[in-house]
Design a protein around this ligand. Structure first.
Ligand code: KG4
Ligand code: ZN
Length: 387
């Protein structure tokens, strides 16, 4: 088919992302306006504030994107936009803008499921190599899911978090630890700051975390226990050291290393069972394809986590991928790429009825094998983390 260009618009949370990707996976422009700086000042995202910021920036972001790509709007094949899941007020800004463009230039609109876009992103950089189906570990600020991915709109959930997401836990723990008072971490997200601090630990065993859901033979996750244990450990250490209310415990690096290790162990534990389920000779979810694990979402930026997941995959002769770091976190490229995948998958379901596209704050996948996993009752010989 002829080369075509897709514009992607992402406004589901606190980043305004607009990008243009072609059907060969080449990125022609990638504009990303982060709101992180505003939200850290208030200790979290305030939805109306996020909406205002998206509104104030989206037009300019789009214009810059077209200028960088050196393309005219008429040259676009379609406009892809995140419609679910996300903050409804933020999603609305992206959808309205996408609809306006689609109408003005007479282009089809491609609604995008944000988590699916994270899951498919690694394919863009491995065309012809990373084929369906594959197992995906989706780890971000709002989600934690294991899914078998067979195409756009074709994801089967194997397990998900019962409470917090790992990125959310990192962010809350980093805030409680007051990592952002250290100048080098002032503008970083919690996960990135914790990863950095952990590298300089002198005693990685100083803080230990229990393994969540150790006895549950499923692929679900839970980070609330790790979070509460963290709060407790920090408080105890603060008491011991008489840390002032605007201070930070002296051994925060050891704490970060212990926490990261605890999170790695939990992610490995749950993913190992999912791998065994997919590889089970009576289930054979990978079919005849090479077993493949993809780690995606903002937390996939973490090198320690990815190294451990690669190590786990290797034990099962399974390949392991993640998107390039610049595409792990929320961005417009992944939305545009999902649009490309929709175009390539089917020429028939293009949407011209712009008024009937619905937004959804929460959105699951089309199928679930959560009970199938439980019924399989898989016991594993656990692979230990690298460090
Ligand atoms: O996918 P994403 O950009 O947004 C959501 O859809 O949630 O993920 C953001 C999350 C944040 O919670 C942040 O703490 C986490 O990704 N994150 C990391 C790292 N970089 C970002 N977590 C661990 N290690 C990192 N290096
Ligand atoms: Zn995301």
């Amino acid at each position: 088919r002829l080369l075509s260009y897709v514009l992607g618009i992402e406004t589901s949370c606190d980043d305004t992302g607009i990008a243009i990707v072609d059907t060969n996976g080449k990125v022609h422009a990638n504009v990303l306006e982060s709101q992180q700086e505003f939200h850290t000042r208030y200790g979290g995202i305030i939805p109306p504030r996020a909406q205002d910021l998206h509104r104030a920036r989206i037009k300019h972001a789009y214009e810059r994107c077209m200028e960088i790509a050196q393309l005219q709007p008429q040259q676009l094949e379609a406009i892809a936009v995140t419609t679910r899941p996300g903050l409804p007020m933020s999603l609305l800004v992206g959808l309205r803008f996408a609809r306006h463009l689609a109408r003005k230039y007479q282009k089809p609109l491609l609604p995008v499921h944000h988590m699916e876009a994270h899951a498919l992103q690694a394919r863009m950089e491995h065309i012809g190599e990373l084929d369906y189906p594959f197992l995906c570990l989706l780890i971000s600020g709002g989600h934690c899911q294991l899914a078998l991915v067979q195409g756009t709109g074709r994801l089967t959930l194997l397990g998900e978090t019962l409470d917090d997401a790992p990125g959310e836990a990192f962010d809350k723990i980093a805030r409680r630890l007051r990592l952002s008072i250290l100048p080098q971490y002032r503008l970083w997200n919690g996960g990135r700051a914790i990863e950095h601090a952990a590298q300089y630990a002198s005693d990685v065993n100083a803080f230990e975390f229990p393994l969540p859901l150790a006895r549950e033979r499923n692929c679900n996750f839970s980070f609330a226990g790790i979070k509460n244990n963290s709060f407790r450990a920090i408080k105890a250490q603060e008491r011991l050291e008489r840390t002032p209310p605007d201070g930070i415990i002296s051994n925060y690096k050891d704490f970060c290393a212990g926490l990261l290790r605890g999170v790695c162990r939990h992610l490995m534990h749950r993913t190992q069972r999912a791998l065994e389920y997919c590889l089970d000779p009576s289930i054979k979810l990978f079919g005849n394809a090479t077993p493949t694990l993809v780690v995606s979402g903002g937390v996939a930026n973490n090198d320690a986590i990815f190294a451990n997941m690669s190590h786990l995959a290797q034990q099962y002769n399974c390949r392991c991928y993640r998107p390039s770091k610049r595409y792990c976190s929320d961005n417009g490229v992944m939305i545009a790429w999902h649009g490309v995948e929709q175009l390539l998958q089917s020429k028939t379901n293009l949407r011209w009825d712009y008024e009937h596209i619905d937004l959804a704050g929460t959105a699951g996948f089309s199928a679930s094998a959560v009970t199938g996993v439980i019924e399989a009752g898989i016991k594993c010989k656990w692979i230990q983390p690298l460090t």
